[in-house]
Design a protein. Structure first.
Length: 258
């Protein structure tokens, strides 16, 4: 591994550990009655206490330190005084910026007991991400990633959001390549050692159509059915891949034991 690649992996690894740690803290406090602002404050303080910065804060005008996307919100939900209720599902998306490197990750959380449909949706979404990660190696194509996710998700009766995608990441928060979560096997550029990007499938209970709210950030399902998302930052190595944003506590998917 070249010095440049080693530096980028080390930097992303350090940031990713902090981002994952913030979500471990969220798992500790999630319950009916807390607000999405409570989650935002916790993420801000945890990341700050680890000598890092919350990259979403003021990014292109975004007003908060993390994204909180509940129920039919697909992504980029803005934390506010919204109180979480029994049966809600919510995605929390954090990005830590440390020593000029980014670590970007998100997880779903169950608020108390959730419906069978909500549990299946979150399980399938997590599994789709991990199935795509499991095939990562140099010389597979970007289309292989999307095809793996889409084939599995549609077999399970859900749909893949088309309007948002994963992205290259490093010193810059969002950069090439775009990582589509649908596509044709064998299509697109091949992966190369040293590439760092996110895989972050957004999976809908109903159809994949989206709608943007008036705040210019919050994306919701057009049919108002549930949506779920998980995200890891990964790097391509000579022998396969590395996940930079794994939970050190093993809190990878709900329900979480904290």
């Amino acid at each position: 591994m070249s010095d440049n690649i080693q530096e980028s992996f080390e930097g992303t690894r350090a940031a990713g550990i902090i981002a994952a740690g913030a979500l471990d803290e969220v798992a500790r406090i999630i319950k009916p009655g807390i607000s999405t602002n409570d989650i935002d404050n916790l993420c801000y303080e945890f990341i700050n206490d680890n000598n890092a910065y919350s990259a979403p804060l003021f990014y292109r005008g975004f007003p908060k330190s993390c994204c909180t996307s509940a129920n039919h919100v697909i992504c980029h939900g803005i934390p506010q005084n919204k109180i979480l209720s029994e049966g809600d599902i919510i995605n929390v998306d954090v990005t830590a910026y440390k020593n000029n490197w980014h670590g970007d990750t998100s997880r779903m959380f169950h608020v108390g007991e959730v419906s069978v449909k909500a549990k299946k949706l979150t399980d399938v979404t997590y599994n789709s991400m991990m199935k795509a990660i499991d095939i990562l190696s140099k010389d597979i194509t970007l289309g292989d990633i999307g095809s793996t996710i889409q084939t599995y998700v549609e077999q399970e009766g859900f749909s893949v959001v088309r309007d948002f995608c994963g992205h290259g990441i490093g010193r810059v928060f969002h950069q090439e390549p775009n990582i589509l979560h649908y596509g044709k096997k064998g299509s697109g550029p091949k992966l190369k050692t040293g590439m760092i990007f996110t895989i972050e499938p957004m999976i809908n209970e109903g159809n994949f159509e989206t709608k943007m709210l008036n705040d210019g950030w919050t994306a919701v399902t057009k049919d108002k059915k549930l949506s779920a998302q998980f995200e890891h930052t990964v790097g391509i190595t000579d022998k396969g891949y590395e996940i930079f944003t794994l939970s050190k506590k093993g809190l990878n998917q709900p329900p979480y034991s904290t």
